[in-house]
Design a protein around this ligand. Structure first.
Ligand code: ASP
Length: 325
């Protein structure tokens, strides 16, 4: 009798769980973006969210929870209810380098999250203001060597991609610049245009309209190969200046650990359907965004990628002595 009761209780719980998963999504989803609106993370997230929302038939609300290089938003997402309604847009900084940069991080990118899908990758460009005294990256390096700690580099926050790439650049070029942190790339870029900061690394796609509009100049690329379509005449850092230098930002969607696997699968399928729109992927390519193979976008590959990046950054942070204190 007792056994029958227990079994039927299990049956009830299971069918409630199944009904819940089958009915998903019954209401709006939230994607936490841990940077200011109008920046690269925000822009990519909104573009992808709109297309995934159409596939799942529900609105996806972008919540900008900016600060501390993305770790504030990531902490919030790690503590969210794993019910399939809250997600985190994560990137190389707080989900890759974070554990090596911060002594006390409130989350573990691998243990506290389910990887849902990976976005296409984006290389970066080194930018200066339209009227900057720097006509080339060689001039910038020469001045930084002559006057250490005087050139101001804007970044999207301590531990953000723009900060990490600038730190790598300093380490490889043997220079020291003065980092100036903002709550996202958008406010940093405003100050670069206004002349309050001297230089900044930003994603090639979001910088492009500013460069084409004559408000900023690109003086180097972080990709190994040139981007003649987007940045004609701009050489990669690896070309003569810093041989072997290569950096790109990766992004992706995460859910708090414990989110039902079938919801993760449904989100991934919706994303793959959105990606089958060739006009969209062609538009991303034309902005310099690197498309990946279908297998690389999936939850398993993205989970492995996250774990390997956490390990990779341990070495990079130690070798380049990147410190955020
Ligand atoms: N993704 C940018 C960075 O880490 C920040 C932003 O999107 O505003 O540099």
């Amino acid at each position: 009798m007792k056994l029958v009761k227990t079994l039927s209780a299990i049956g009830l719980a299971l069918s409630a769980h199944l009904a819940h998963a089958q009915a998903w999504p019954e209401r709006n989803l939230i994607w936490i973006v841990p940077f200011a609106a109008g920046g690269p993370t925000d822009g990519m997230a909104r573009d992808i969210a709109d297309r995934v929302a159409k596939q799942i038939g529900q609105t996806i609300i972008i919540e900008n929870a900016a600060g501390a290089g993305g770790t504030i938003g990531a902490t919030k997402a790690s503590k969210a209810n794993p019910d399939g309604y809250t997600f985190l847009v994560g990137h190389m900084g707080y989900m890759g380098a974070g554990p090596s940069l911060y002594k006390k991080l409130a989350y573990d990118p691998v243990k506290n999250f389910e990887a849902v899908f990976r976005f296409p990758d984006t290389p970066l460009v080194l930018l200066v203001g339209a009227n900057s005294r720097f006509k080339s990256v060689a001039e910038l390096i020469a001045e930084a060597k002559a006057k250490p700690d005087t050139i101001n580099f804007g970044n999207a926050g301590v531990g953000s991609t723009s900060h990490l790439i600038a730190a790598l650049f300093e380490a490889k070029a043997g220079i020291n610049v003065q980092p100036v942190s903002y709550k996202g790339a958008a406010p940093a870029m405003n100050d670069l245009i206004g002349g309050q900061v001297d230089a900044m690394f930003d994603q090639s796609n979001t910088a492009l309209p500013q460069v084409q509009g004559g408000r900023l100049r690109a003086i180097a690329l972080t990709s190994l190969t040139p981007m003649p379509q987007q940045y004609p005449g701009v050489a990669p850092l690896a070309d003569k200046v810093l041989p072997g230098f290569e950096a790109a930002t990766w992004y992706g969607l995460y859910a708090p650990a414990g989110t039902p696997k079938d919801i993760v699968q449904k989100m991934h399928q919706a994303y793959m359907k959105a990606l089958s729109d060739k006009a969209w992927t062609a538009k991303m390519s034309s902005m310099g965004i690197h498309l990946l193979s279908d297998a690389q976008y999936g939850p398993d590959a993205f989970a492995k990628h996250t774990a390997s990046e956490v390990e990779k950054w341990r070495k990079v942070v130690a070798d380049a002595k990147i410190s955020i204190d």
